[in-house]
Design a protein around this ligand. Structure first.
Ligand code: SP5
Ligand code: ZN
Length: 342
């Protein structure tokens, strides 16, 4: 299968994140994408193509206009406010506070359009996030055009980004943008299966009231893991979307046997839904040595994950999400893709 990747995605190069109550070295870093690309080339897995430019229209099918304008204009406003270096929010419109009117002040804007303080926003974030969305869109176009599968080597990742706020290292929801693109290109039903260690809160929220996009997520139980406030098993969709959202929260320490049982259950739901296309939010942070995560998948087991996804028998768009054990990320990611190819 083809891989899509743009070096523009490397421009987002954060130095720090706020985690464990302090400024720590950032983990969502450019070398993540570089090591995956290197592994694809070294194993001769397939061609690596640059993305096409889709403009803002397919992004605006998923994200709010004011949020897109915020991201686009952020760096100018930040520097005009006399700030430099990467930005972090520290105040949010939770519960009784108001989301409207949107504040003029840069710190109010940051809080309005984010949900965590763990996601550095810098000068090059917007250009890299757009390239990452173009990467997902190009992979979706390949599959819409008849390729059995394609791999979008996205970075920054996307699945934590909601329609109008960022967080969890994510700014534009690449998988959601790809799923909506597939719908607009003629697919009647699209399933998004998220196998990242963390719940795909953004993707869930974007499609929560819709019956045309089934969202399923396997992840660490939010009662004890980020994003904490979404991802429980009783979230099944609302309105027309009732029954079209499925969460599989798993215990910390989950290994491949337990993970693969949940995967089988999720894929059974996918089969009942009978989608035209499958989008896989491919996080590799379920790996046993991931520095921020607590599942126990081994490198060879990612081959089995890919093989199991192939058995669904669907045209498949792989969209990279998390995975922070950089040394092993290339092997683990390409193991999923080559397990799929068999
Ligand atoms: C795309 C994705 O995987 N985003 C994950 C965002 C997680 N952000 C919170 C990280 C908290 C890390 N806590 C580290 C504990 C080990 N010292
Ligand atoms: Zn993750």
């Amino acid at each position: 299968m083809k891989t899509v990747f743009s070096p523009v995605q490397l421009a987002h190069d954060p130095k720090h994140e706020i985690s464990d109550g302090m400024l720590k070295p950032a983990v969502e870093i450019p070398s993540r994408a570089e090591i995956v690309r290197a592994r694809i080339l070294e194993t001769g897995f397939g061609d690596v193509l640059p993305p096409d430019e889709f403009g803002l229209e397919p992004i605006a099918r998923v994200h709010a206009g004011d949020y897109i304008a915020f991201l686009e204009g952020f760096w100018t406003r930040w520097t005009n406010a006399g700030r430099s270096g990467e930005a972090f929010p520290f105040v949010w419109p939770v519960r009784e506070l108001r989301t409207k009117p949107v504040p003029d002040h840069i710190d109010g804007l940051l809080g309005r359009y984010s949900f965590d303080a763990g996601t550095p926003l810098g000068e090059e974030t917007w250009v890299a996030a757009r390239a990452s969305a173009d990467t997902a869109l190009t992979a979706a176009r390949l599959v819409a055009g008849g390729d059995r599968a394609a791999f979008a080597l996205c970075r920054p990742p996307g699945h934590h980004a909601h329609a109008d706020f960022y967080g969890g290292y994510c700014f534009l929801n690449n998988a959601a943008i790809a799923a909506q693109y597939l719908r607009d290109a003629g697919a009647d039903r699209v399933a998004v299966l998220d196998v990242d260690y963390h719940h795909g809160n953004g993707t869930q929220a974007i499609f929560y009231d819709r019956a045309d996009v089934l969202f399923l997520s396997l992840h660490a139980d939010p009662i004890e893991e980020f994003p904490y406030f979404l991802g429980h098993a009783d979230e099944t969709g609302e309105g027309a979307g009732e029954g079209f959202n499925a969460n599989f929260p798993l215990a910390l320490g989950t290994d491949w046997p337990a993970f693969s049982r949940a995967l089988d259950a999720a894929l059974e739901r996918v089969a009942e839904f009978s989608p035209d296309t499958l989008v896989v939010s491919l996080g590799l942070d379920t790996y046993e040595r991931d520095p921020i995560s607590k599942f126990r998948l081994k490198s060879e087991e990612f081959l089995a994950l890919g093989a199991r996804l192939e058995k669904a028998g669907l045209p498949t768009v792989f969209v990279m999400e998390g995975g922070y054990a950089v040394d092993a990320l290339g092997v683990n990611c390409v193991n999923v893709l080559s397990g799929f190819e068999g």
